[in-house]
Design a protein around this ligand. Structure first.
Ligand code: ARG
Length: 641
């Protein structure tokens, strides 16, 4: 029973105690949820803020109280005995302040050291989530905005995963932008098993190609179409496909109309286009241009994909690509459903959804009949809710896309896909972020190029941190490998932390000197602090694993207690950062932790003192929590510096 009482973070455990106290204070009031907060004043560690609200609920009815303070007094008297609580007091208009027991704090830390920090994982209401992040556009440059999305999205995914949520990390790449690709893939799909394919592809790879084409039906087309373009090049079928595509464009200006029945017999279709090709030089030229476009696109796709992957690899970010094209085949059905619910109407040749409070409608079918970003997002949302059964869907993009998402979400609520209340599940959230600025206060670019190549940016962070490491640690013996790994951890960590530490909605200025400074609120400072704690433990010569089992923590010094309590608040901070989608909350916690440690370390002698064992354990607990913070922020800790 005692074990059960100790589940959840400090706030939740206190809430359980106050729930009992509130019940006996006002037995006739239903649903009184305990309001517990960290104390802002010096009177306590936590406070219960129910008295005022309760008073306004009961003051009209017969009761024994004389106002909020007396309600507070009674709540305090009714608080059950607990080893958590050292003392209580009532302040102001009935706030019940709680001072936690040092012993209990110490015991909780010790339990964490022995059972592992994962026992401090937040307990969330949900089991599954989609985090839609990074999401660059194929055949275009991945820019710093996508870098922010990648960094923020990865942290949010990590926090949710730590909290035992199954997270689908979705890279919603813009891969479906061009008509050529649409038409091309469609043509291939139609070509399955058709004579046309058999007659023209007289090569040993015929089976393979057919398999891939059939695969298009089952698998994501996203992954196949670039592969297909390679096939085109490889088998020198390009001119034929250029011809077919151009002919297709001619017959079906709107590629959405391209389907098996409309195209009919592919042999006949092929013959007709061949006739056109041979007889009309203009057409021939267009067809050849289509081939060039197609080949260019194939190459661009491959280049940008490998560039994206390089960035993900450097940052240690894992993502699963399910690009826009994946949802394409779901759009017609989804729009049909929305139409049947009377959401979609005609407007100036387009199909749109009007949403109250917005002066422009959400366009879901363009006037040329094509689908767009919004129709794709509606289909993707439908898919995530119905096929993937996600309880929480999180979209990480720049704030500029806020209106788009607001409108998509509102449409989904009107369709009854989502509850109208924001605090109910399934839930959708747009995580917006500000711009990355350069020193000049304008949109960030590197010295001489228009765009910033992200790989170059990360390389520079690494090489700068390497220079600094060599400079600073003249007496440190590095193997080449150690130096490389440390420079990467520090360099990439610095880029990530500089992005995450500010409230994401604000613009932030990209500055290598600032982010690589070893003083102030930077990853470098924090990584150093952690490495130093590890070296204190190492140099003590004590076996820390042994101490965990045999030693005890005591928090007699004020700075020890402050540090201990701060450590214990890790769990509720992660929960807050995660539920409010604010990584900066965790950064702030980590920075304060480091400050609290510094204060403790400068006022409390560790090695060689009478309290050595306890203090070494406190060092170990600090290092453990710091490492978990690093992990959640996607930063790799270092031990030698
Ligand atoms: N590709 C888009 C862009 O670069 C971001 C996609 C975000 N996700 C989404 N489901 N719309 O702006």
């Amino acid at each position: 029973a005692n074990e059960e009482q100790n589940v959840g973070n400090v706030k939740q455990q206190l809430a359980k105690l106050f729930e009992v106290a509130l019940k006996s204070t006002v037995p006739n009031e239903p649903d009184v949820d305990p309001l517990i907060a960290i104390c802002t004043a010096k009177f306590g560690d936590y406070q219960c803020n129910n008295a005022m609200g309760l008073w306004s609920r009961i003051k009209g009815k017969p009761n024994e109280f004389r106002g909020p303070p007396s309600v507070g007094q009674t709540i305090m008297r009714n608080l059950p005995q607990s080893e958590m609580v050292e003392s209580c007091s009532v302040a102001g208009p009935g706030f019940v302040n709680v001072i936690l027991s040092r012993n209990w704090i110490a015991k909780s830390l010790q339990k964490m050291l022995n059972d592992g920090i994962d026992t401090w994982a937040p307990q969330l209401q949900i089991k599954s989530a989609v985090v839609d992040f990074s999401s660059p556009n194929i055949a275009k440059e991945m820019h710093v905005g996508h870098l922010r999305s990648t960094i923020i999205g990865d942290t949010l995914a990590r926090m949710l995963e730590f909290s035992h949520v199954d997270v689908l990390r979705r890279n919603h790449v813009g891969d479906w932008g061009t008509q050529d690709l649409h038409a091309f893939v469609r043509l291939l799909r139609i070509g399955v098993g058709n004579l046309l394919m058999k007659n023209t592809l007289k090569c040993t790879y015929e089976d393979e190609i057919q398999d891939s084409v059939i695969g298009c039906f089952r698998e994501k087309i996203t992954h196949v179409h670039c592969a297909w373009l390679n096939v085109v090049v490889e088998f020198n079928l390009s001119s034929m496909f250029g011809m077919l595509i151009e002919f297709l464009f001619e017959k079906f200006p709107n590629w959405e109309d391209v389907n098996e029945t409309a195209v009919g017999d592919l042999q006949a279709f092929y013959k007709a286009s061949k006739l056109r090709f041979d007889s009309d030089p203009d057409f021939k030229e267009k067809a050849q241009k289509a081939v060039v476009r197609l080949q260019g696109m194939g190459a661009d796709c491959e280049i940008s994909r490998s560039e994206f992957n390089r960035v993900y690899q450097l940052l240690g970010v894992h993502l699963e690509e399910k690009g826009e094209s994946f949802y394409n085949s779901y759009i017609p059905e989804v729009l049909k459903e929305l139409t049947s619910k009377n959401l979609v109407e005609d407007s100036q040749g387009a199909r749109v959804i009007f949403i109250e409070g917005f002066n422009i409608p959400l366009i879901v079918v363009k006037s040329d009949g094509g689908y767009n970003y919004a129709s794709t997002d509606l289909a993707a949302l439908w898919y995530r809710l119905n096929e993937e059964k996600a309880e929480w869907i999180i979209y990480v993009t720049d704030v500029g896309q806020q209106q788009h998402f607001d409108m998509v979400f509102r449409a989904a609520k009107r369709a009854g896909w989502l509850p109208v209340e924001d605090n109910m599940y399934p839930k959708v959230s747009h995580v917006g972020f500000g711009l990355v600025l350069g020193e000049d206060g304008k949109r960030f670019r590197t010295r001489n190029t228009e765009v910033v190549r992200l790989v170059d940016l990360l390389d520079e962070a690494k090489s700068r941190s390497k220079t600094a490491l060599i400079e600073r640690g003249k007496d440190v013996e590095w193997t080449e490998e150690e130096l490389e790994q440390t420079a990467e951890a520090v360099g990439y960590g610095a880029v990530k932390y500089a992005d995450l530490k500010n409230n994401r909605l604000t613009n932030y200025t990209f500055n290598f000197d600032q982010m690589l400074n070893d003083k102030g609120n930077t990853a470098v400072y924090l990584l150093y602090a952690h490495a130093r704690i590890c070296s204190i433990i190492r140099k003590s010569g004590k076996d820390i694993e042994e101490l965990k089992k045999t030693g005890t923590i005591a928090l007699d010094h004020g700075d020890e207690r402050t540090l201990g309590l701060h450590l214990l608040q890790f769990s509720e901070i992660v929960e807050e950062a995660c539920t409010n989608l604010l990584p900066n909350v965790l950064c702030e916690y980590l920075y304060n932790l480091s400050e609290n440690f510094t204060k403790f370390y400068s006022n409390c002698q560790v090695v060689g003192s009478a309290e050595e064992t306890s203090r070494l354990l406190l060092c170990e607990a600090t290092a453990t929590v710091m490492r978990k913070c690093f992990y959640l922020l996607g930063i790799v800790p270092v031990y030698k510096i």
